[in-house]
Design a protein around this ligand. Sequence first.
Ligand code: ADP
Length: 260
Amino acid sequence: SFADWTEKSKGLYIHGVKDIIAVASGKGGVGKSTTAVNLAVALANKCQLKVGLLDADVYGPSIPTMMKLHGKPETNQDLKMIPKENYGVKCMSMGFLVEEDAPIVWRGPMVMSALQKLAKGVDWAKLDVLVVDMPPGTGDAQLTISQQLQLSGAIIVSTPQDIALIDARKGAQMFSKVDVPILGIIENMNCFKCPHCGEASFIFGKEGARKAAAEMSLEHLGDIPIEIEIRKCSDEGIPVVVSSPDSVVSKIYYDVARRV
Ligand code: ADP
């Protein structure tokens, strides 16, 4: 129950890490991991910060693919795992620790012990910010993680679609329950611009996340369009802010990074 979690709220103190920012979503498939990756790389390369990326999406880790990092991490003399690094960001993911095609079936307590391993058992050295790619949803697991990791703040990613928004609202309530400030909402897959005529189509509805942010008095951090390039880059393991640093979408990610 919620009372049990608050009792255990001492949490995991991660040594050497100044701020921990969660990237969360009400449901899967809205672009949470894509946002977390591009934001982490933007924070490292544009804001000159020491950045880590923790893949807490233990159900379906996608950071290994998106950051092109694979294999078991090395350990230091204290038997702490050394994060794998690419594009200036130190990464740790459950995906490094399990076989790529092994099914990951986690019960509640297993999720917590997996996370403990990922958070405490890693030699992050000194970090200005640790970006956490949360598991999708706003249930018990997410609540526990938010509390245990002692987050400095959370970013909610949502598409403009109503159904996803209802969930994003739940997410906002969850973070306020555990006293984690919400830094704002990012509207992902906001529109599709025709590459031929330039006309924008609002495939998932118009400005849904912007309106929800206004309703909940939350910051609207930015709109990311649907772009083939973003999807391709994710699949190839080269984030769009690395492969096309001067593109319009990369500039949106930099802007969000500067604001958080
Ligand atoms: P989540 O973490 O919310 O489950 P992902 O970040 O894994 O979502 O994104 C789901 C899929 O959508 C991925 O294939 C990703 O490349 C793609 N995607 C995410 N955002 C965009 C976007 N703005 N434009 C095009 N494709 C996107």
